[in-house]
Write a protein that binds this ligand. Sequence first.
Ligand code: FPP
Length: 240
Amino acid sequence: MAKDLSQTGPHHVAIIMDGNGRWATQRGRPRLFGHHAGAKRVREIVEACPDLGVKYLTIFAFSTENWKRTQTEVAGLMSLFRRYIQREAHALFEEGVRVRFIGDRIKLDDKLVTLMDELELLTADNDKVHLTIALNYGGRDEVARATKRLAYEVAAGRLDPKDVNDETLARFLDTYVLPDPDLVIRTSGEARISNFLLWQSAYAEYEFIDTLWPDFSAHEFAGLIDNYSQRDRRFGAVNT
Ligand code: FPP
């Protein structure tokens, strides 16, 4: 009998979509060609989530460190994000996907931020899959921004320093409405977490796979979900 993945599978999966550049280089094409191919995979993976029992999917689209890439690549990625939102908004809405963005919006251009706000608003009542896109996101940056907001609350007398603990701090993170990820996947053979969801992934399971992101398929995704459902998560405790 098929396993009920909504019981045994990961509720929240986070993905570091790596390998677009190498995928393009292997084909003698510019890096942006790989990013465009990578963007196309996102829909297939989002669509696979409901049947796999994945309610929350969080994807790393642009890190606080990615500004160090060439101006051409950064501008190309920003234009890709704008076009992706414009092109996919309707389908995401129709498919019941609720979209959120995490990361610092301050460095993003106004047009992109407006599109992000509009997509969040358009999909705010959806509940089939919760897709979170990390854009200008860094885990350390997120904790620093959260700490700054918390410090302002303390300074304003609305929060007693004695009440600050891990739950209080988590309320100031970009992800405060999301459950912690159960499974973090990184494609392209690199075994690093690259500043992604540092706080939230404290007890996550990890899968580092060789596939380059533009080749990642719903079939491979399903295999990883199945692996996860065989694992024994103890959260620091022992099984009785
Ligand atoms: C890492 O590959 C990928 C990125 C920095 C960008 C991720 C973006 C996408 C998958 C496309 C768009 C996403 C959305 C939500 C529209 P890399 O360039 O570091 O690859 P490399 O390690 O082979 O150079």
